[in-house]
Each structure stands twice: as C-alpha cells, then as structure tokens.
Design a protein around this ligand. Structure first.
Ligand code: GLA
Length: 417
C-alpha cells in the first residue's frame, strides 16, 4: 500500500479557444510551411446516462466537454492529404484519397482521411487537404477523443470544400442541426469502416450536435435530439470526471462482443433493435424469459436487461432534471453503474473504486461513462466538495496500488465549429 499526498492531484485543464487555435495554426505553419485556411475544433464528451444504448436504437444523454481537438486545415487542389499531429512523433504522413478503403490506413490518420472518404461516399465533392492537429481532449480516457478528431475534420472539410452542412454556432448552439446530423453519420462511417471500430453514434452526435449549457437527449432510433437544460452550478453542484488511466487493452474486442450479443438477442426475439423490447408496454419480462431458453440465455438475459433498464433510466434522469430535482439524478447514476458492472460486465476495478470512493466522500451519485473497461467515471458532487471528493478518489487509488487518476470538471460546452 502506498501513501500518496492528495494535495497534488492531476487536473486535465481545457485550453481556451484562442490557445487551441493558435497551437494548431502554429504547428501547421511550422511543419507544413504555409498558413492554413482556418482552424476548426470539436469537443470530447461525457455521457450522463444511457450507456451501450446507442447501437440498440436507445436513448443517451451526453454533454460536450470544454476539452477540444483543433484542426488547422488548408484545401489542396489534388487528392493528397498531408497530416501532422502534435500528439504523434511520427512527423508528416501522406495519404492519397484514391487509396483510402477499409483496412488501408492505420492509427489516428484513419479517423482523418476516413472522414474525407465517407464524405465522398456520401456524394460530396471533397478533395485533398493539409491538416495539423492539436488537442487537449485526453486520449484513452473514454471521453471520445476519436469523435472529437472526426468532428473537427468534418466541420473543417465542410468549410474548405463549401459543403454547407455545418452551419454556424451562435451562442453555443448549432444553427443547422440537420446538416450536422448528416456530418455525424459521415463520422460514424469513417470510424466503423476506415478506423475499424464498431461504435454506435453517440459520440459523434455529441461532438457535432450538443449545445452549451444543455445535455443532448439523443434518440438513436431516429436520430432526433432534444436539448435539456443542464446547469449544475445553478443548483450548487458540479460534475467531477475521474480519468482512471486504467490500461484497457481488450476494449475493442469486448465492445464488439457486447454489440454482437445485443444483435443476437434482437434476432432471437424477432425485433429490429432492443429498443422495441424497452418500449413494449407489457414490460421486458416476456422477452427475457424467451431469451433464457437459448444456449447462451443466461448471458443474453443480463445484457438485454441492462439495455432496457438503461433506456428507462435515461427517461427517469431527464424527467428529474426537467422537474428541477437535480440531486434526484444521483441514485439513477448509481443504478446505471450497478447495471453496467453486474449485467453488462463492462466495468473494471478502477472504475468501481472511483465510484465507490466518490460516493463515500459525499457524491450524490457516480457511474462509469463511455464504453467501459477503463476510461472515465463521473460523479455528481456538491460544488464545494469537488476537491475533497477528488482527493478521496486519489487516496483510494493509492491505497489500492492503482495508477494515480486524473481529474476534470465537466460543464456543458458548445459543439464543433
Ligand atoms: C463508446 C462508443 C459509443 C457508445 C459508448 C457506450 O463510447 O463509441 O458509441 O456505444 O461506448 O455507451
């Protein structure tokens, strides 16, 4: 057991916009030897509730973070993409758009050229470009650094190639949600087909379609959104993000397995998505009984039970927020974590330690956020207890011989622009 002082906690600060834009511009000028046409940026996200529901046609409730990825971009007149990232030591990479296809590009570049590829697949006239990336969205923290990268590139290409989809952002709100929904779909295709990650659409929607001071209620059955006022400070509360920094090596395979289990269950039940089970006025028990008879019934029952109860929890959470009972969302967060840990089996020791320590130190509720197996937890805490709760989590990590976590405070920030 190690004893670590808690007064030197690691906080992951968001850059202000001018700083982020200047960093990307300066990198572009230094490495690519020209001035960019402009700098665009897009946020990471935390999901308040509604986990592993997006690929089941369910509900999710993310907020955009103030942490953003910045892309300085200059249009080219050929089909070459030259890319450089401050987060990568590998220097400038070059990819011809004509050569991009599933499996041809690896690493972070796949997210960038994947967006251009997916725009072309959707019929948009997109050519080459030079791009320099810098980011304060922590990588591997489960706060969607990949979606932030995709969305920043998407709005940049929208602008330099004159696609007219992204619109503007006025007072923290996007002016053209339909155009952004189309861009979000493009980003999902880039991630699924070029980067090869079978994720749902929540992260891209959050980055492109969220609104400042609001949570984004996303209905993944039809892509519709509603903006739910989310101003914790007005209620004397804050949202603490704990980046567990847990090494999570098998994430992709486990994620794909969960998704496949849901699809198998939907197939056995004869429904298009598990949303239909969640919406059944008779409740899910009949469906769960039928699944129990399958060879892998015990596992399928737990997975489906998580999905349907989680969709229900999103509705409860939003209802309490809208009724002004913000503290009342705490127990809903706790129930979500238990379901993800016990039924969906996507938590890990670090996430469990984080939520338990946060609650013991006075959090009103806490849960893992994002895909799981590492990444981040979120805790709803009294505004004057942020440091104390963070300290308690750090102490619990030290006592458990876990790598020191990093912290951030989430406020609902503007979307990509
Ligand atoms: C990851 C995926 C999302 C979503 C979450 C779980 O973040 O990228 O699409 O499935 O996991 O809710």
């Amino acid at each position: 057991m190690t004893d670590r002082p808690t007064d030197d906690l690691t906080w992951t600060a968001a850059w202000d916009r001018a700083t982020g834009e200047e960093r990307a511009r300066a990198l572009f000028a230094r490495v690519l030897d020209a001035e960019p046409d402009g700098v665009w940026s897009a946020p990471g996200r935390v999901n308040l509730i509604g986990e592993h529901t997006d690929y089941n046609g369910g509900l999710a409730l993310p907020v955009a973070l103030p942490h953003r990825t910045y892309a300085a971009v200059r249009r080219r007149d050929d089909d070459l993409v030259r890319l450089v990232s401050a987060q990568e030591a590998s220097g400038v990479r070059e990819v011809r758009l004509a050569d991009v296809a599933p499996g041809t590009v690896d690493g972070w570049a796949a997210y960038v050229v994947g967006v251009a590829w997916a725009l072309r697949e959707a019929g948009h006239d997109v050519g080459g470009f030079d791009v320099a990336i810098d980011s304060c969205v922590p990588f591997g923290a489960g706060v969607s650094s990949s979606a932030a990268l995709e969305a920043a590139v998407a709005v940049a290409l929208d602008a330099v190639h004159g696609l007219g989809l992204a619109g503007d952002v006025v007072d923290g709100a996007a002016t053209d949600d339909a155009g952004r929904a189309a861009l979000a779909e493009v980003c999902v295709r880039a991630e699924n087909e070029i980067a090869g990650a079978p994720t749902g659409g929540m992260d891209q929607a959050a980055s492109l379609r969220a609104r400042a001071d609001h949570a984004l209620l996303l209905d993944c059955r039809d892509g519709r959104v509603r903006h739910v006022p989310f101003d914790l400070a007005a209620h004397g509360l804050a949202l603490l993000v704990v980046d567990t920094r847990a090494p999570h090596s098998h994430v992709d395979g486990e994620y794909a397995q969960r998704r496949a289990a849901c699809e198998r269950a939907a197939g056995l039940l004869g429904v298009a998505t598990l949303r239909e089970v969640a919406d059944d006025p008779a409740g899910p028990d009949g469906a769960l009984d039928r699944l129990a008879a399958a060879d892998d019934g015990a596992v399928l029952v737990r997975r489906v039970r998580h999905v349907v109860t989680e969709i229900d929890r999103v509705t409860t959470f939003v209802g309490r927020l809208e009724a002004g009972d913000v503290a009342g969302v705490g127990p809903v967060m706790d129930a979500s974590h238990a379901s993800l840990r016990d039924d969906y089996a996507v938590s890990c020791r670090e996430l469990d330690v984080a939520v338990e320590a946060a609650r013991a130190a006075g959090a009103l509720g806490a849960r893992m956020t994002g895909g799981g197996f590492g990444g981040s937890a979120i805790a709803l805490v009294p505004a004057d207890a942020v440091e104390r709760v963070a300290g308690a989590v750090a102490t619990a990590f030290a006592a458990g011989d876990l790598r020191a976590p990093a912290f951030a405070v989430a406020v609902a920030a503007p979307p990509a622009g």
